[in-house]
Design a protein around this ligand. Structure first.
Ligand code: 6PG
Length: 242
């Protein structure tokens, strides 16, 4: 498989700027874009950038927003990825309500994983393989190498036949609904947004393919399309050797 494309910048703000440009061109070049969003600190900076400098340069009406994962809490809870996205992006852009497809963190997790899996099946175009296909999946990576809400201790969930699954955060025990590897690796494009010192070690192992990299869910992200991008700041990218 082709190597991922690395985009490395000095600062987080430059990462946000570069990804916003990438996304602007990505959206401009397509009639419609179905994309999955992520929670986490770096996506938040990106949403702020998009909401200020790119609010009017992107035609948000052709964009459909989904989530790669959600914490099983109410949409008004500070832990909700949906709430974070409303505050930092959705409330500031001109996007139709019907284009927002959130995971309902307040519902029964198993039922919601099934329901959202069906939403993906019915709303997204299918690839030749009949698997729902996002145009773009945006991912963060946790300090432990998790991505979406697939954690190292539950790496089997990555390989699930289902579109969505219920995961459990290893420290807090909080339940999450997450898309699986099947959906992530079927996306037309995948972009990681990863910044800061706390990510250096796992980024180094995953990109250099050393150490325990195979035990980190983020290392399993390898879309069939071979269209994989890692947007990193210098702190996170410090250990990359090749
Ligand atoms: C979530 C995320 C998760 C996140 C990483 C990175 O809902 O928790 O989608 O995958 O992106 O944990 O988060 P930080 O950037 O805050 O470290």
């Amino acid at each position: 498989k082709k190597r991922m494309q690395l985009h490395i910048y000095d600062t987080k703000q430059q990462v946000a700027e570069a990804f916003s440009k990438y996304l602007t061109e990505f959206i401009a070049s397509r009639p419609a874009v179905h994309m999955a969003l992520s929670g986490g600190s770096t996506p938040k900076i990106v949403f702020d950038k998009l909401a200020t400098d790119y609010a009017t340069s992107i035609d948000w009406k052709k964009v459909h927003l989904y989530w790669g994962d959600e914490r099983c809490v109410a949409p008004t809870d500070d832990d909700s990825n949906y709430k974070m996205t409303v505050e930092h992006l959705i409330s500031k852009i001109d996007i139709p309500e019907e284009n927002i497809h959130r995971i309902k963190g307040e519902s029964d997790p198993q039922e919601e994983a099934q329901r959202y899996g069906k939403v993906l099946q019915s709303k997204l175009p299918n690839g030749a393989n009949k698997i729902p296909q996002f145009d773009l999946v945006i991912l963060g990576m946790g300090d432990d190498g998790h991505t979406a809400s697939i954690f190292p201790h539950e790496i089997d969930l990555w390989h699930s036949d289902a579109n969505c699954t219920v995961a459990i955060h290893p420290d807090s025990g909080q339940k999450r609904v997450s898309i699986t590897g099947k959906i992530i690796n079927n996306s037309e494009a995948v972009a990681f947004l990863v910044t800061g010192e706390s990510k250096t070690e796992k980024v180094q192992e995953i990109i250099n393919k050393t150490g325990d990299f195979e035990q980190y869910p983020a290392s399993l992200v390898a879309p069939e399309s071979e269209n994989l991008h890692w947007f990193l700041d210098a702190a996170a990218a410090k250990g990359i050797t090749s």
